[in-house]
Design a protein around this ligand. Structure first.
Ligand SMILES: [Zn+2]
Length: 441
């Protein structure tokens, strides 16, 4: 609605319309009446006022006085003049400013809040800061305070930068190769938490390093409370360019059991072995075996035995992830496991839960025949159980799963413990699992 204010009659209508508005600007007209609204446009000749029910353009010749209401900035100045000098009060004023689009002022008061209390999280978060050593700091400063340095565009620990520089040094590589007994085709990448010994092309090697870093970070964030303190030796991973090399190597290390496997983790040797050309690809193979390795070497009590379903299910769960920008992507159903488990559920071929939770070795579930359908079902069902307990029903079983995992890591994940935590009616559990599988897209 747009009008041209010309006749006194129209003015009186508008005055009526303006009643009840609570806008701050007041225009006093030549005939003594006034209009309240918000000035939204002003030229040399006219002024446009927004009223409750529309806009009017008023010729300035009709106006004798313009009383401008308080702007947000005016109000801010009043508030700022009497703000209490506490972190909370400055933070609240910052919030008020942000709500009025006064961004600079908002930042200023969040900053004040942090000056008073450097650990004041609300202000730190509002500024997009990061916490380091109990203080909220601008992101780059926080990273420096955490001992990180910028290297090739990324913030990494100083030790890691030094290690990366060292591994580029031919002499150092020579030393590293000797240390692991590998030939000149191999490259040894030493990182803070793992060491990759591999003869794959540089591009693949970088993918593996990225995946290992992402997986390690995900575990230490999500399962922080399960990590045993003081276990900080780097986890050693071998990756070969084909299956033959892999077989020859594990045989040489005396790992007969590993020869026919598609990837292996040896707790005795404290090493994981992978190769290119298996299904799934070597990156997902790493996610699987490296998960075993983290489980055993970082979380598990020495000498304890894990349950097959949780040990394998956990590895399969992480195997099903993708890596994006150096981070583990959102978990999504592992494609082949989802297919196998859904089908098994439909055809009534799922393994009884009683049997699943009693197995020490996954091979007990399928008679050791790794190409049998039962083998695929055993892995897929282990995956399904872990996936269900970690993420099913909106994540409501996660706490119980963590409780069971703590037991499992001490070798106390017995069937009795399973029933105590998840309920003694195992058929009911199986039915809930079936329903979960049915609903998986
Ligand atoms: Zn495994």
């Amino acid at each position: 609605m747009r009008m041209n204010l010309r006749t006194p009659a129209l003015i009186s209508i508008l005055v009526l319309l303006a009643l009840g508005t609570v806008r701050a600007d007041v225009i006093v007209l030549r005939d003594g009446r006034s209009l309240e609204g918000k000035i939204i446009k002003e030229t040399d000749e006219t002024l446009t006022l927004r009223l409750k029910y529309g806009e009017v353009e008023i010729s300035k010749s009709h106006i004798i006085e313009i009383r401008r209401g308080l702007t947000a900035l005016d109000k801010y100045k009043k508030k700022a003049a009497k703000v209490e000098n506490t972190a909370q009060a400055h933070y609240e004023l910052g919030q008020w400013c942000a709500g009025k689009e006064l961004r600079e002022e908002a930042k200023k008061h969040y900053g004040k809040a942090l000056e008073i209390d450097p650990s004041f999280s609300l202000a730190g978060k509002a500024l997009g800061y990061e916490k380091a050593g109990g203080k909220w700091l601008p992101p780059d400063e926080a990273k420096k305070a955490r001992g990180l340095v910028k290297f090739e565009g990324k913030w990494i620990p100083k030790e890691e930068r030094d290690a990366r520089l060292a591994e580029r040094d031919g002499k150092k590589q020579e030393e590293f190769r000797k240390e692991y007994g590998v030939g000149p085709a191999f490259f040894v990448s030493k990182r803070k938490n793992f060491i990759l010994v591999c003869n794959l092309p540089e591009k693949k090697r970088k993918e593996l390093i990225e995946a290992a870093g992402a997986l390690y970070a995900a575990h230490s964030e999500r399962f922080k409370e399960l990590f045993v303190k003081g276990r900080n030796w780097p986890l050693v991973i071998f990756a070969f360019s084909n299956r033959e090399e892999y077989r020859e190597w594990v045989k040489k290390e005396g790992l007969e059991k590993a020869v026919d496997c598609f990837g292996f983790y040896s707790g005795r040797k404290q090493r994981a072995y992978l190769f290119e050309g298996a299904s799934p690809d070597v990156v997902h193979m790493l996610l699987h075996e490296f998960t075993h390795q983290i489980y055993v070497e970082r979380m598990m009590e020495r000498g304890a035995r894990s349950n097959a379903w949780i040990f394998e299910g956990f590895a399969e769960f992480f195997e099903g992830h993708d890596i994006k920008d150096g981070r583990l992507g959102k978990s999504k159903p592992h494609i082949t496991n989802r297919y196998t488990a859904k089908n098994a559920a439909k055809e009534g071929k799922l393994i009884p839960i009683e049997k699943m939770i009693a197995a020490d070795q996954i091979s007990e579930l399928f008679g050791g025949e790794y190409s049998a359908q039962e083998c695929y079902i055993a892995y897929a069902q282990a995956w399904a159980m872990v996936y269900y307990l970690l993420e099913g029903d909106g994540g409501k079983h996660r706490t119980k799963f963590m409780r069971f995992m703590k037991k499992d890591l001490r070798g106390e994940g017995t069937p009795e413990e399973f029933k105590r935590i998840f309920g003694s009616d195992l058929d009911k559990f199986q039915n809930r699992l079936k329903r979960f599988l049915k609903g998986l897209k």
